[in-house]
Write a protein that binds this ligand. Structure first.
Ligand code: KG4
Ligand code: ZN
Length: 338
C-alpha cells in the first residue's frame, strides 16, 4: 500500500510518501517546510500566520513528489484531522479532501497524537511494538501516558493538569532569553550543566495517580531567576540542567510506575520532547529493571511533527478499512484519541 500523507496541525507543513509492505515501512519521501523562523520573531506560533504559510508551502511540496495528475500510484490518502490549530489543520484537510475526491482515492483521517504514537513504528528495526504498549507522549501540546491495547485501541492513564512538558521547556527557554522553540536549546545548554546544582520541584510525585503538572516547576524557575539573575554561562547551564532533570525525573518515575501497574509488553516514547537525549537515556535505564519490556522510541528524525508518522498511522486505519467520506471530513481542533 502506498500512502500520501499530509500534516498541517501546527507550524510544520509536512507531506510524506510511504510504502507499506509489512513489516517494512519504506519512507519514499518525507518533506517538511518549517515555519519556525517566521514564528520565532513573535515568540510562539501565530495561528493565522501558520495557516497562511501552510497554504504557501503545501502545493509546492506536493509538486516535488511529481505525482501524476490522476493520482496514479497512490493507494490511500491520509491527513491530520486534529487536534491542533483549527485554521492550520483546515489547510491540510481541505487539500486532502479535494485530492481524494478528484482522484477517487480512499481517505483516512488521522489523529495527530496517534501519528506521534505510530512514529515509533518507523524505526529501521522491523519488529513492531507488541501490545499492550505503554506510551509516553510528550510534545509541545501534550503530555500523556496512554495504554495502547491494539491498533487504534487506547486508554488514557494520565495527562498533564496544566502545561505540557514541551511547553514548559519552551517557557523556561523564553525566561532565559533563548529563542523559540526553546526546548532543544535548553537541552543543549543542559548538557554542559550540573543537574544537581539547583533542587527544583518534582511535581505530583507524591500523588497516587499518573497525572503530571509542570506549571509549578515553571514558576519555581521564574522565582529562582528573580532571586538569582543569570550572570555567567555556567549558571545558565546549571539552571537548564536542573530544570531538565526535574522534568525528566517526573516523566521517568511516572512512566515506570505505570509500567509496574499495567505490565505492558512494550514502552513507546514519542512526541517532540522525546528528542531529548537525557529523557531517552534515563527512561531506558529505569525500564531495564523490569523484565520482558521492549522500548520502542521514535527515531530522532520523527520525534517532531512530520507526515511519515501520519502515513504510518493511516496505514493501520486503511488496513482496517477505516476510511472517511471526504465530503464529510471537518478539521477538529479538539479531536480526541479515545
Ligand atoms: O511534537 P512536536 O513537534 O509538536 C507538537 O505536537 O507539540 O513537539 C514540539 C515540542 C516543543 O515544545 C519543543 O520545544 C520540544 O518539542 N522539543 C524538545 C526537544 N526538541 C524538541 N524538548 C526538550 N528537549 C528537546 N531536545
Ligand atoms: Zn506534534
Amino acid at each position: 500500500m502506498r500512502l500520501l500523507a499530509m500534516e498541517t496541525s501546527c507550524d510544520e507543513t509536512a507531506i510524506a510518501l510511504l510504502k507499506a509492505e509489512e513489516p517494512h515501512f519504506y519512507i519514499e519521501k518525507n518533506l517538511i517546510a518549517s515555519q519556525i523562523k517566521t514564528h520565532a520573531q513573535y515568540g510562539g506560533v501565530v495561528p493565522e500566520i501558520a495557516a497562511r504559510e501552510h497554504m504557501k508551502a503545501l502545493f509546492p511540496l506536493l509538486e516535488v513528489l511529481k505525482i501524476p495528475r490522476d493520482g496514479k500510484g497512490i493507494d490511500v490518502l491520509a491527513v491530520t484531522a486534529g487536534p491542533g490549530l483549527v485554521v492550520a489543520l483546515r489547510v491540510g484537510v481541505e487539500a486532502a479532501k479535494a485530492l481524494a475526491y478528484f482522484w477517487q482515492k480512499p481517505l483516512v483521517a488521522v489523529n495527530h497524537l496517534e501519528g506521534h504514537i505510530y512514529s515509533t513504528f518507523l524505526s529501521e528495526e522491523t519488529d513492531h511494538p507488541i501490545f499492550p504498549s505503554l506510551c509516553l507522549l510528550v510534545s509541545g501540546g501534550h503530555t500523556e501516558l496512554i495504554l495502547m491495547k491494539g491498533h487504534g485501541i487506547y486508554e488514557l492513564l494520565g495527562m498533564t493538569r496544566d502545561d505540557a512538558a514541551g511547553e514548559a521547556f519552551d517557557k523556561v527557554a523564553k525566561m532565559l532569553g533563548l529563542e523559540y522553540p526553546g526546548g532543544i536549546k535548553v537541552s543543549q545548554k543542559a548538557e554542559q550543566g550540573n543537574p544537581k546544582a539547583i533542587e527544583f520541584p518534582r511535581p505530583m510525585l507524591d500523588q497516587d495517580n499518573l497525572d503530571f503538572s509542570f506549571s509549578g516547576l515553571k514558576t519555581a524557575v521564574l522565582l529562582y531567576l528573580k532571586k538569582h539573575p543569570v550572570k555567567t554561562e555556567k549558571e545558565l547551564f546549571d539552571i537548564c540542567a536542573s530544570f531538565q532533570a526535574a522534568v525528566v525525573d517526573t516523566l521517568v518515575i511516572k512512566t515506570f510506575r505505570a509500567a509496574q501497574i499495567y505490565k505492558p509488553k512494550s514502552v513507546l516514547l514519542a512526541g517532540g520532547v522525546s528528542a531529548n537525549e537525557t529523557l531517552r537515556r534515563e527512561l531506558k535505564q529505569r525500564l531495564s529493571g523490569l523484565e520482558n519490556i521492549k522500548c520502542h522510541f521514535a527515531p530522532l528524525a520523527f520525534t517532531t511533527d512530520n507526515a511519515a508518522m501520519i502515513a504510518a498511522a493511516g496505514y493501520f486505519h486503511a488496513r482496517q478499512n477505516d476510511f472517511i467520506n471526504p465530503l464529510g471530513l471537518i478539521a477538529n481542533p479538539n479531536l480526541s484519541l479515545m
